[in-house]
Design a protein around this ligand. Structure first.
Ligand SMILES: C[S@@+](CC[C@H](N)C(=O)[O-])C[C@H]1O[C@@H](n2cnc3c(N)ncnc32)[C@H](O)[C@@H]1O
Length: 278
């Protein structure tokens, strides 16, 4: 561990070999992700495996599929929460929903939806605004495992309880738990809500645009990509927006460096909501 985090040429090569091992078995290609991010994740895995060097981690990952799988999961980073950044959801409610209402069949894409919490936040919000029944939603992620969890629509009770306050801060109209079906230690998203959602594996770096949307939420994904991949993903999101469509990015993410940046106006400078004007 002492030398593992030091970015020597030898360690850079070992990191590449670890990424190749993940790609060979699981298929995901992490070569377009920010190097600092990959370093952080791999060093964390090393620590959690109780190992000291990248050579040791590589040897273990090659010998033991469970270690390789844990490394893959570490790299995927499924950190998410319902109504994460309540002010953002308040801004969506106030700035985007009235405009969505003007369409008979609004179309919404949650790109990089992880295990579903972001999608569920939109389902609650649209339901509260009386818009869910006529909205078509798409939820995609690179990670099929996370997506299957999202499609299952089960939340653990503590995460739901923890999201109550954020939901109210976001302008929530009823107690959050009222929207879900209770089960032992968990809560279920109503099946009729999930019926409005198409779930699909989709890679924002290498897959094509598949439809045009009125609203795309791609939060806390681009921040992990290197510059070229981030621009590619932004071009794909741009192509997938109808004129006047709205793109939501995560806090700390922006259109900086994107060639079509001038085609957008910020709807809410603090909350990363952009309207496509051209
Ligand atoms: C930190 S989570 C963000 C989850 C959610 N958007 C949120 O803000 O709470 C990042 C998600 O991006 C997904 N992801 C990473 N690279 C991707 C890619 N190239 N295409 C699609 N999804 C990707 C990961 O699998 C993970 O689920």
């Amino acid at each position: 561990m002492r030398e593992a985090g030091v970015r020597t040429a030898a360690n850079e090569r070992l990191l590449d070999e670890l990424l190749q091992a993940v790609r060979a078995v699981h298929g995901e290609d992490f070569s377009a992700y920010r190097r600092e991010y990959l370093w952080r994740r791999v060093c964390r895995r090393l620590e959690r495996e109780g190992l000291r060097t990248l050579e040791e981690l590589l040897a273990r990952a090659r010998a033991d599929p469970a270690v390789l799988l844990r490394l893959r999961r570490e790299l995927m980073l499924q950190v998410t929460a319902m109504f994460r950044d309540p002010e953002f959801y308040r801004a969506v409610r106030e700035e985007v929903v009235p405009w969505l209402r003007t369409y008979p069949r609004p179309c919404l894409w949650v790109a990089g939806c992880a295990t579903g919490e972001e999608l569920y936040s939109y389902l609650v919000l649209l339901h509260e605004e009386g818009l869910l029944e006529r909205t078509r939603l798409y939820a995609t992620d690179l990670d099929a495992e996370a997506l299957a969890q999202a499609a299952a629509g089960v939340l653990d009770a503590p995460s739901l309880a923890e999201a109550q306050r954020r939901h109210l801060q976001a302008g929530g109209r009823r107690p959050l738990a009222d929207h879900f079906h209770e089960a032992v230690g968990s809560a279920r998203v109503p099946a009729e809500w999930l019926g409005n959602v198409v779930f699909s594996v989709h890679n924002l770096i290498s897959d094509a645009s598949f439809q045009q949307f009125h609203f795309i939420s791609c939060r806390n994904v681009l921040m992990y990509l290197d510059e070229a991949a981030r621009r590619r993903a932004l071009a794909l999101l741009h192509e997938s927006l109808v004129p006047l469509g709205v793109l939501a990015l995560g806090n700390g993410e922006s259109l900086l460096g994107f060639s079509r940046r001038d085609d957008y106006v910020a709807l809410h400078p603090l909350e990363m909501l952009y309207r496509r004007m051209r």
